[in-house]
Design a protein around this ligand. Structure first.
Ligand code: ZN
Ligand code: ZN
Length: 337
């Protein structure tokens, strides 16, 4: 079989490798399709702080169970599955309290260890989720959607006015998840009209361009004096978090879901004097994956046209180059086996 390895920044290698043997406790997955994520792009650019080259990338998979170890229960040959790619120790305090998404020894498949840019993958069933009748695109979108669900859950958005800053892949899915989890009204902001148009197509209540307006004005125009109970930063730039702090009202909750690449100087009294809660948010837990699959199946999340391009795994270099050159017009690019 073939594995696709990111050898160094901008350098892929397709390597021939034997199909993995499975133990009695594992299943063998045939990988049908994987999504390319912003974190894959960060590795591609050599800017990912927490990984080392070479790595077989890929953490957003649509796969078919093609062999089942004799002690495995709950999965059979032919099942459509997706993978929750966190490998955690199970022993640290966060793991023992059920928050393995912030395990002190967390490793992610496709980042710190081999991922799914390959034909076959041996894995324990504890990492798998049934994706039932979801198609290849939707199945591979469950992982980023679970980030959205995790973020909305972290913000405790039910019956709240919610503003999501950034309407890209994650911002869109966070905004849709907030609606799916019962937010009263959801506003998404961006500076790209095409991303905002797509957010509207996905059923987000308000999608507003902040190129010529402050976030504070947009939030006030949308929600009135109540402003935003919850603001979720998916843009993750110094400018975005500063505008979020300016737009927060006393006792707003701010969730940080985007990956900040540089340190930011912030005015602490804005937080202290207004009793603002700033919550970090990392990935997802099992409940978020399950909710994501359910929401994708029952139509609470709009995933139609979310995938903007498909490439074959053999054209991996072309796919990454395309994303680099067209980031304004790309929602999600898939690689097919
Ligand atoms: Zn991802
Ligand atoms: Zn742990």
């Amino acid at each position: 079989m073939k594995k696709t390895c990111l050898k160094a920044p901008y350098q892929f290698e397709r390597i021939e490798s034997p199909v993995p043997e499975i133990s009695d406790e594992q299943v063998l997955l045939a990988i049908r399709q994987i999504g390319i994520c912003a974190s894959d792009m960060q590795m591609y650019h050599g800017l990912h702080k927490y990984m080392t080259f070479p790595v077989v990338f890929g953490h957003e998979a649509a796969a078919t169970v093609c062999k089942v170890g004799k002690n495995v229960k709950g999965f059979s040959e032919g099942d459509n599955v997706t993978v929750e790619p966190q490998v955690f120790c199970g022993e640290c305090e966060p793991c023992r309290s059920g928050f393995y998404n912030v395990c002190e020894h967390l490793k992610v498949m496709g980042v710190h260890m081999d991922g799914f840019a390959c034909d076959y993958y041996a894995i324990k069933p504890m990492y798998l989720h049934h994706a039932y009748d979801l198609n290849d695109d939707y199945t591979a979108l469950i992982e980023p959607l679970a980030v959205g669900i995790g973020s909305a859950r972290r913000g405790n958005v039910k019956n709240k006015t919610v503003c999501v800053v950034g309407a890209g892949t994650i911002g869109n899915l966070v905004a849709q998840s907030a609606k799916a989890l019962g937010a009263e009204a959801v506003l998404v902001t961006d500076i790209k009209d095409n991303k905002l148009d797509y957010a509207k197509q996905c059923g987000i209540d308000y999608a507003v361009n902040t190129l010529d307006k402050t976030l504070n004005d947009v939030i006030t125009d949308t929600f009135g004096a109540r402003k935003a109970d919850v603001i979720i930063d998916c843009a993750a730039t110094p400018g975005s978090i500063l505008s979020v702090l300016q737009a927060a009202r006393p006792r707003s909750v701010i969730v940080i879901t985007g990956n900040f690449k540089v340190p930011v100087e912030i005015e602490i009294p804005l937080i202290q004097r207004q009793e603002i809660d700033i919550l970090g948010h990392m990935m997802y837990r099992r409940i978020d994956f399950e909710e994501a699959i359910q929401a994708a199946r029952d139509g609470r999340i709009h995933l139609k046209d979310f995938v903007t391009q498909h490439y074959s795994m053999g054209s991996v270099a072309e796919a990454f180059r395309f994303i680099d050159e067209n980031s304004d017009n790309v929602m999600k690019v898939m690689l097919r086996n």
